[in-house]
Design a protein around this ligand. Structure first.
Ligand code: FAD
Length: 410
């Protein structure tokens, strides 16, 4: 393969794909293109610590020597504008082009835009990149009141972080609960109560009529209940949309993401897709999903490398995710879709508990708050296809460990 593998997008998935190609023994050219100018960095700390700590630096995914040492041709500040799939060439912004033998699209996702009057005002921000995080950090230092639109993971992490840094934060959520799509109602309510106790104001069942400005800068937000909330900063956290435009114009099949099979292959020969931008039929639920997590990006990247090398595997990794919201470490493993029975283990009053989700007797997911042992055991149990009994769940981590230890070897 003389042109080698070109990876578009130098985030969690793209960098892991480059690393895995070398780990798997690929010795042709590996070219990693990223439109950002930074050395690729970890995204999760941005909303958890970076935006309140003036001295924080981005945490590189790999040190600079990793790229040189593994002969990975990393080209920052390189935006790919078009794929010519028939000619196996990329067109780059600024006029250059680049041939590939195999192409891995790891273009991630971007914040969903808010179709609201005033959304264009200065001070209305969202968070995806370290550049966004720097803006939030700089501008929030100079404002007392912040409105966060959207009570999902990112919005709540930002709210908790800015509140801990002394800002007066109001979260506005359209649904009647937080974290609507993602966790059990018990956990959503727990998070609401603790955030409220820590000083974050949360308005459920509330939408925004408009964002109001003064001299081109946001000054307040008018809610559906008629309240004017003063704010010099509004942060929108209403979800992301996958970056599929490159793929779409090249004729790849798209359905809430670039459609891929279990070996990360798109509908077009020699083009793979991984990470936040890819959708696929999930082995656990049988339904189509597009997951937005570091685990998904990393595991898909490893598989993509294997596919490029001609020994594809199937994507059957157990999905997991974490989020730090104030003093709550939330950890999720498995998928809750279809869950018809839940067992609570631990005590919400102690801010340490887990919700075990079952379909019938089959364990499908565990959601934990400050119970990392349950999460790690959950990864094992779901990986092995083992479902604990109600008594074993009630017995806590020790009983679950014992149940796993008693399983026949192999
Ligand atoms: P990204 O990491 O977004 O990388 C895609 C890269 O491709 C970007 O650099 C983008 O600029 C670039 N790109 C796009 N188009 C082009 C183009 N045409 N040419 C060149 N480059 C291009 N996940 C968790 O599991 N736990 C967490 O706690 C967590 N916290 C998060 C906090 C924040 C603030 C954010 C933003 C995300 C968080 N996530 C978390 C999600 C996780 O970071 C993503 O799922 C992960 O980054 C997906 O990796 P990716 O490589 O698909 O996309």
């Amino acid at each position: 393969m003389k042109n080698g593998v070109v990876i578009v997008g130098a985030g969690h998935a793209g960098v892991q794909a480059a690393a895995s190609l070398r780990e798997e023994g690929y010795d042709g050219p590996v070219i990693l293109l990223g439109d950002e100018k930074e050395l690729p960095y970890h995204k999760p700390p941005l909303s958890k610590t970076f935006i309140k700590d003036a001295a924080a630096q981005p945490q590189p995914l790999r040190g600079e020597v990793f790229y040189t040492g593994h002969t990975i041709d990393f080209r920052p500040g390189t935006l790919v504008e078009r794929i010519d799939a028939a000619a196996r060439r990329l067109e780059l912004a600024g006029g250059g082009d680049l041939a590939y033998d195999q192409l891995i699209l790891a273009t991630g996702s971007r914040p969903r835009l808010l179709p609201l009057p005033g959304a264009h005002l200065a001070g209305v921000l969202s968070l995806r990149s370290v550049a966004d995080a720097r803006l939030i950090r700089e501008q929030s230092a100079a404002c007392e009141e912040v409105v966060v639109i959207g009570g999902g993971f990112i919005g709540l992490e930002i709210a908790a972080t800015l509140a801990a840094g002394g800002r007066k934060v109001t979260v506005i959520e359209a649904l009647d609960r937080l974290l609507g799509r993602a966790v059990a109602p018990l956990i959503a309510e727990h998070v609401r109560q603790r955030l409220t106790a820590s000083g974050v104001r949360i308005l459920l069942k509330t939408t925004i009529e408009r964002i109001e400005g003064e001299d081109g800068h946001v000054a307040s937000v008018l809610t559906s209940s008629g309240e004017h909330l003063p704010a010099k900063m509004v942060i929108t956290g209403i979800g992301v949309v996958p970056n599929v435009e490159l793929a779409e114009t090249a004729g790849l099949a798209i359905a809430n993401g670039i459609r891929i099979d279990t070996a990360m292959r798109s509908s077009v020969e020699n083009i793979l897709a991984i990470g936040d931008n890819a959708s696929y039929r999930h082995w656990q639920t049988g339904s189509d999903v597009r997951l937005e997590s570091v685990q998904n990006a990393t595991d898909q990247a490893k598989l993509a490398a294997r596919t490029v090398l001609g020994h594809p595997g199937d994507y059957v990794a157990v999905p997991w995710f974490w989020s730090d919201i104030g003093d709550m470490k939330l950890q999720m493993v498995g998928l809750t879709a279809g869950s018809d029975r839940q067992i609570l283990s631990g005590d919400p009053a102690e801010n340490r508990f887990s919700v075990f989700h079952f379909i019938g007797d089959r364990l499908v997911a565990i959601e934990s708050v400050n119970r990392p042992a349950d999460h790690m055991l959950g990864r094992k149990m779901l990986g092995l296809g083992f479902s604990p009994t109600t008594e074993q769940v009630a017995g806590g981590a020790e009983a679950l460990k014992a149940a796993l230890a008693a399983l026949p070897a192999g």
